[in-house]
Write a protein that binds this ligand. Structure first.
Ligand code: ADP
Ligand code: MG
Length: 719
């Protein structure tokens, strides 16, 4: 407890300050009599003081102290990561989701309750807010008088940022209602505290980044303002979101459209939506599947391989299959098609998903599968869970005594029946895994089991241990395991003769165009449009779908005389934000320093030489090579030629474009000019070949004199 006089931190139950001898006293909120700390009731009026004595007295924290407090709660490692990349994040153009969260009822509270207690309550509320934001990997950027402003997707880009923001808001409301229940039990006249939350997604330019991770925005634009306006509109206890956030999360939640609102500072009215509840669909693919999928193209061979593996496992030779591909290439879709193909078979199909925001939740996909199998629903109480498990175990003919307690423990049911005194946590964990394995084997004796776990690149450690152990026991059982993951996931289960991996390739041009025809419901597509789509989407089905949707939304393509074609300047095309998010999240995930190199590379060209990037970045050979090799390993770049004559190439033109766009104009201009100068120096001898590139860099770098010289040089052969 902190001494109010000298600020010294004393042990919790001190009666006097160690440092200055100040006597600690509190006042009874009922009769205002001074009472010592650590007493339960007031000796004047009998008022219960438990809350007062439990909570250390809080003084009004200064802004810096509050920020320090936020820091304490940040997920481990994140602070270092962000700060280490600070220079590269500053001045970046980013798509972020901004959340404003404000408390309603605060004024009423300050009137009714002792100020000391108000601080203690506010502290607990802040703690809820901060935790729930961090659970979804957002960062708290400001603490306002009675709330917070949080960011999702900055300083570090995040996949699914809008979805995370809404889930975080939902968790905040839920936790606040629990908090109110708790307070009500302690204090009869406690007014319920409700949050008003507003969310909006849009571009911002990240300004300076303080040591405390607070992001200043250089060009705030409308993004932050509109989020704050949404919060202003929201009723207490609800979350309001803007059109932009709505479009990115439609289908994942149930929303109520509230119509148009006039907003200060905006000429057009804006749409607002109220978040009602999460839907049962949790991934982008679930939403598409519900809405209607693009007819399936290609992948015959891969589907054949899966069906073949299933046939073998049905005969008692268990098989495991990994489907590996980058985001959006079609892993979930292939799995879905496989599931359709075996729909008429008598099998038990179990499906678990790792989610982008669930890596911190132990056993997430394992619990998912267990609950689905035993028909355990969201609101089931401990008693119902127990009954359902018992019933299920009877059907499986599994020994209840050695299994039930461990399943209960896994589902965090109170009084699971495990003797925690004699068993270590490690031993409990092993037994849980054994119990699960036993169940799966028993289930496969009744009918073949197919177990699919999606997106292992987001798996938590405990679930991974469970899968590893399961993999060891399937070879003689009727079990077919299917995993999907992105290339960055490296599995640790070694080689097994019954495990195979399929790498899904990008679609061929013909296959992509077949998708396009389906999406536009037309075979007649103009050649230029075809080329544009092939160039921009590079055979990634997800990009094809998003890109066509954007082209249609922006009315860049239209059907004229029975044929689809481009009707506007293609310069107007921006890369859909869904695609940007996926790519930027990947780039931001690369370790320190690598990002700076890829950004510089993106300004040079899709291809750049080692010599040139070395000159422009000014890094030492060792440093630069290590950063380039990181980028190569994460498959953002590939390499051609032998060192030092190496050339680096962006694996995808789109990655280059997204990275390039994220760099602020001023910085980009500087880089272009630096690159121009470097080219002039390095290629002095054969400068003729470089006039074109030179002119472009100088012009983009706004050095028009040199730009004109380069063009002139090309014409006359001199520079
Ligand atoms: N072979 C295909 N034919 C048609 N559409 C496809 C194909 N593969 C994927 N898609 C579509 O592309 C989108 C992204 O695919 P998805 O399976 O979700 O990718 P991943 O799971 O690898 O991230 C989905 O809407 C899906 O229906
Ligand atoms: Mg998927």
């Amino acid at each position: 407890m902190r001494c109010p006089k000298c600020q010294f931190e004393n042990p919790e139950d001190s009666k006097f300050c160690f440092e200055c001898g100040h006597k600690f006293e509190l006042r009874c909120p009922h009769c205002d009599k001074a009472v010592p700390v650590n007493v339960k009731f007031c000796n004047e009026c009998g008022h219960k003081l438990s809350l007062l004595s439990e909570a250390p007295p809080h003084k009004d924290l200064s802004f810096d102290e509050k920020l320090e407090k936020i820091q304490k709660y940040l997920p481990k490692g994140l602070t270092e990561k962000i700060l280490s990349q600070r220079n590269k994040i500053e001045g970046e153009r980013k798509q972020v989701t901004v959340m404003f969260c404000d408390m309603e009822g605060f004024t009423g509270l300050s009137g009714k309750i002792d100020p000391e207690e108000v601080y203690s309550i506010m502290d607990q509320v802040y703690e809820i807010l901060i935790h729930k934001v961090h659970d979804y990997e957002g960062t708290v950027n400001e603490m306002t008088g009675d709330g917070i402003m949080a960011l999702f997707g900055a300083p570090i880009a995040l996949e699914d940022a809008p979805q995370r923001a809404i889930r975080s808001a939902y968790a905040i409301h839920r936790e606040m209602s629990r908090f109110n229940d708790r307070m009500k039990q302690e204090k009869e006249n406690f007014p319920p505290l409700k949050m008003r939350i507003g969310i909006h997604t849009g571009p911002v330019v990240v300004g300076t980044l303080g040591n405390d991770l607070r992001v200043e925005f250089k060009a705030v634009g409308d993004t932050v303002n509109l989020a704050s306006r949404m919060e202003g509109l929201a009723e207490p206890g609800t979350t309001y979101i803007s059109d932009e956030t709505f479009k990115l999360t439609e289908g994942l939640f149930r929303f109520e459209a509230l119509g148009k609102y006039e907003v200060k500072g905006k000429t057009d009215t804006v749409n607002a939506y109220r978040v009602i509840a999460p839907s049962t669909r949790r991934t982008r693919f679930d939403v598409s599947a519900e809405r209607g999928l693009t007819p399936f193209v290609g992948r015959e061979r891969e589907l054949e391989l899966l069906l073949d593996g299933f046939e073998r496992s049905k005969a008692g030779r268990g098989q495991a299959f990994s489907i590996m591909a980058e985001a959006g290439v079609g892993k979930s879709r292939l799995l879905y098609e496989f599931r359709k193909a075996v729909a008429n078979e008598d099998v038990t199909f179990m499906e678990g998903k790792c989610l982008s925001y669930s890596r911190g939740v132990a056993n997430h996909p394992v619990i998912d599968i267990l609950k689905a199998n035993f028909d355990i629903l969201e609101g089931d109480g401990d008693f119902e869970i127990k009954e359902k498990l018992k019933r299920g175990l009877k059907i499986l003919r599994t020994d209840e005594a050695s299994t039930l307690p461990y399943l209960l423990e896994l589902l965090s049911v109170k009084e699971s029946g495990i003797d925690t005194k004699t068993l270590s946590p490690e031993a409990i964990k092993d037994r849980i895994i054994e119990a699960l394995n036993r169940n799966t084997i028993k289930a496969s004796e009744i009918r073949p089991v197919i177990m699919a776990i999606e997106d292992l690149h987001w798996i938590d450690k405990s679930s991974e241990d469970r899968l590893k152990s399961l993999l060891n026991i399937i070879s003689g059982a009727r079990i077919f395991l299917i995993f999907t993951y992105r290339p960055e996931y490296v599995h640790t289960w070694g080689t097994k003769s019954y495990h195979s991996q399929v790498n899904l390739n990008r679609l061929s041009n013909l296959e992509s165009l077949a998708m396009v025809s389906h999406l536009l419901s037309s075979e007649a597509i103009d050649g230029d449009l075809e080329n544009l789509i092939i160039e921009k989407t590079e055979g990634v089905p997800f990009y094809v779908e998003e890109f066509i949707r954007t082209l249609k939304d922006l009315k860049i393509i239209e059907r004229r005389d029975g044929q689809y074609g481009i009707v506007k300047d293609v310069q107007e095309i921006t890369i859909p934000s869904t695609i940007q998010d996926v790519i930027m999240a990947r780039v931001d995930a690369s370790p320190e320093g690598a990002k700076e190199v890829i950004q510089t590379g993106s300004v040079i060209e899709r291809e750049f030489s080692y010599e040139l990037i070395k000159r422009v970045t000014g890094l030492t050979e060792q440093e630069l090579r290590s950063r380039l090799s990181i980028l190569k390993d994460s498959e953002l770049l590939f390499e051609r030629g032998i060192y030092p004559d190496t050339v680096y190439i962006f694996k995808h033109a789109l990655t280059r474009e997204v990275v390039y766009d994220s760099i602020l104009t001023r910085r980009r201009e500087e880089l272009h000019e630096d690159i121009g100068n470097a080219i002039e120096e390095i290629y002095k001898e054969s400068i003729d070949e470089y006039y074109g590139a030179l002119a472009e860099h100088y012009i983009c770098g706004k050095n028009y004199n040199k730009g004109a010289d380069s063009i002139g040089g090309r014409a006359t052969g001199t520079i």
